[in-house]
Design a binder for this molecule. Structure first.
Ligand code: 6GU
Length: 224
């Protein structure tokens, strides 16, 4: 999968994909992330990309022209499956959307800033709008990093048995059960005996029951 990200703050996106599972994904050639600096595509002086909103009001708006210049330059080389705008008024991101997007070949992510981007760009170029939750970030970059992380680890071949996504929280609408590792006793706190039993059928049943209990307790909405 290739993910291109248009941003006015490329520095914010330089590190998140260079560690751990996403680094392995890119080392294996399964995920390639490129950041594109919107300022490289403006025709205005001093690399201006934003301007005051028509009609007045607070905040600046990213202009349509540099956005169209950037996307049309990119589209010469790539046919995108989705052009995604990260915005707090988008559809709330979840594991189902991550699963769907993880099967795409080429994604283009657009990060907004300031008060947003000119609506005409959204109307004519954006195919999907995503929010990562009901709070406001100062820009779409951290949200883009969240989305790429969630998608990247699901790309076929990225995870192995050890890191399998099958046991993730949400993958079956259940939260994940508790996990334990050595030592078996720490300050008198013992690991649940069943996990030491070697009986994998009983262990699986116990884990499932713990997952159900945890989901009922914390996120009963997932069970509806
Ligand atoms: Cl995608 N962008 C911004 N700026 N704020 C957000 C968000 C996105 N999702 C939640 N809050």
């Amino acid at each position: 999968m290739k993910v291109d990200i248009i941003t006015v703050v490329p520095d914010l996106l330089s590190s998140p994909f260079s560690h751990s599972i996403l680094k392995r994904a890119s080392d294996k050639g399964l995920l390639k992330v490129n950041t594109i600096n919107l300022r490289d595509h403006t025709t205005y002086s001093r690399a201006q990309v934003d301007d005051y909103p028509f009609g007045g009001g607070a905040g600046m708006v990213i202009m349509i022209e540099p956005l169209v210049n950037a996307i049309e330059a990119l589209q010469k080389n790539t046919a995108y499956d989705e052009v995604i705008f990260l915005t707090p008024d988008g559809e709330t991101f979840n594991q189902k959307i991550a699963n769907t997007l993880s099967l795409k070949e080429n994604l283009l992510l657009i990060c907004g800033h300031y008060k947003g981007i000119d609506q005409r760009f959204r109307d004519h170029f954006i195919t999907k709008e995503i929010s990562i939750g009901d709070y406001v970030l100062s820009g779409g970059e951290l949200a883009a990093a969240v989305v790429v992380d969630a998608i990247g680890r699901l790309i076929p071949g990225v995870l192995n048995d050890e890191t399998s996504a099958l046991t993730d929280s949400f993958q079956d609408n259940l939260l994940a059960p508790p996990v334990y590792t050595r030592p078996e006793i720490f300050r008198g706190w013992k690991v649940p005996e069943i996990l030491m039993s070697g009986n994998h059928k009983l262990i699986d049943e116990w884990r499932h029951q713990e997952a159900v209990n945890r989901t009922k307790e914390r996120r009963s909405d997932l069970l509806d």
